[in-house]
Design a binder for this molecule. Structure first.
Ligand code: R1P
Ligand code: URA
Length: 320
C-alpha cells in the first residue's frame, strides 16, 4: 500500500483510486471483458487497436493485489480487459470497485475456464450459460461449535437458486462465438467447439470440495454432491468459480445498471475425467476473446462516459 486511504467503509485515496484494483474514474471503460488469468488478458489485449489507431496509448496497470487493468479501444470503442484472479471474493472486489469508478451502465462479460458436467460439452467446447447458481460449503456442518444446530445437521453443501445473465448480450455472444468457432471446429478436426447454450453454470466456493472433487486428504463429505446438484438443477452444464457471482452482483447493483454475460472454455471433462491440451487453448482463447470483444462493442450503452479526461481520450489524431 503506497497511498494514504480514507473511509474504512469503502477505502479510496485522495484521487479516488479504489483500494484493491487501484484505479480511479476514467481508467475503466463502460464495457469490460473480465478473465481470471492475466496471461489470457494480455493475449486478448493483442486484439485492441494500436496506439496510433486509437489516438491514445493503451493504459496498463497492475495493482499491488494483482488485478491487471488494460484499457484501450477495440474497433474504435473504449474497452477494458481486467484480470481478477480466482474465486468469488475476487469477483466481489472487481464488481464493487469498478462500479465505484465507472459512471453509467456497465456491460461485463466474463470469459473463464470450467469443468464440464455434460457430454454435450466436451473438452475444447465453449459454454454460454443463460443463468448461474452457487454451491457453498456449509461451514456449520463442519464446525466444532455450530451456531445454527439445524443448519449444521442439514447438509454439507448449500445450493442456491439461479441468477439470470443478460439475455440480449448472451444471445449476441452465443451468435458471435458460433460464427467464429464453427470455422475453427473444421480447421482443428473438432478439437475446438462446439458452442453449448441454454444451460446453467454453477460457481463452487472451492475448485475442490464444492465442485465435487474427491480428496482423501480432507474431510469433505461430497461423494454424492454432483448427483444431488443435478437433481436440484438438471440443466447444469459446468462448474467454475466466478460467473454466477457476477450474475448475482449485477442483479444486486441497485443504483446503476450492470449487464452481465459469461462464457467458459471447457478445460476439465468431469464426465470422462480428461483435461484440455495446451495447444488447443492456444487456438481457442484468442478466438473466444475476439468474439467477446465483438459482443461488447455491439452492446448498447445509453449513458456512456464522456472521454474527456479519461485514459481513452484521443490525444493524437487517430489514423483510422
Ligand atoms: C480455477 O482453475 C480457475 O479457473 C476458472 C475458475 O473459475 C477459477 O478461477 O476460471 P479462470 O480460468 O478464468 O480463472
Ligand atoms: N475451473 C474450475 O473452477 N473448475 C474446473 O473444473 C475447471 C476450471
Amino acid at each position: 500500500m503506497k497511498e494514504a486511504l480514507a473511509n474504512a467503509n469503502f477505502p479510496q485515496d485522495a484521487d479516488g483510486r479504489v483500494y484493491h484494483i487501484n484505479v480511479k474514474q476514467g481508467e475503466v471503460a463502460n464495457r469490460i471483458l473480465t478473465v481470471g488469468d492475466h496471461v489470457r488478458a494480455r493475449a486478448i489485449a493483442r486484439w485492441l487497436d494500436s496506439d496510433e489507431e486509437a489516438g491514445h496509448p493503451t493504459f496498463i496497470h497492475t495493482s499491488q493485489r494483482g488485478f491487471l487493468t488494460i484499457t484501450g479501444r477495440y474497433k474504435g470503442v473504449p474497452i477494458t480487459i481486467l484480470a481478477i484472479g480466482m474465486g468469488s471474493p475476487m469477483m466481489d472486489f472487481f464488481i464493487r470497485e469498478t462500479r465505484a469508478v465507472v459512471s453509467g451502465t456497465m456491460a461485463v462479460i466474463r470469459f473463464g475456464s470450467c469443468g464440464s458436467w455434460t457430454e454435450r460439452a466436451k473438452l475444447g467446447s465453449v459454454i454460454v450459460p443463460r443463468a448461474g447458481f452457487c454451491i457453498r460449503r456449509n461451514l456449520d456442518y463442519f464446525s466444532d461449535h455450530p451456531i445454527y444446530p439445524e443448519l449444521a445437521k442439514s447438509t454439507p453443501y448449500l445450493v442456491s437458486g439461479t441468477f439470470d445473465a443478460d439475455a440480449e448480450m448472451t444471445d449476441q455472444l452465443a451468435g458471435n462465438l458460433k460464427s467464429v468457432l464453427g470455422k475453427l471446429q473444421e480447421e482443428t478436426d473438432g478439437a475446438v467447439g462446439p458452442v453449448v447454450t441454454g444451460g446453467l453454470n454453477c460457481d463452487g466456493c472451492s475448485f475442490y470440495s464444492s465442485q465435487g472433487r474427491q480428496d482423501p486428504a480432507f474431510w469433505d463429505d461430497n461423494k454424492d454432491l454432483i448427483e444431488h446438484v443435478m437433481k436440484v438443477h438438471p440443466e447444469t452444464d459446468c462448474s467454475e468459480m466466478e460467473t454466477s457471482m457476477l450474475f448475482h452482483l449485477a442483479k444486486c447493483s441497485v443504483q446503476q445498471k450492470i449487464k452481465a454475460a459469461g462464457c467458459m472454455q471447457v478445460f476439465a471433462d468431469r464426465v470422462g475425467n480428461g483435461f484440455i491440451r495446451p495447444e488447443v487453448v492456444t487456438v481457442l482463447e484468442p478466438a473466444v476473446g475476439k468474439a467477446v470483444l465483438d459482443t461488447l462493442v455491439s452492446t448498447k450503452i445509453e449513458d456512456e462516459m464522456d472521454p474527456v479526461g479519461t485514459v481513452w481520450e484521443c490525444v493524437n489524431k487517430p489514423s483510422v
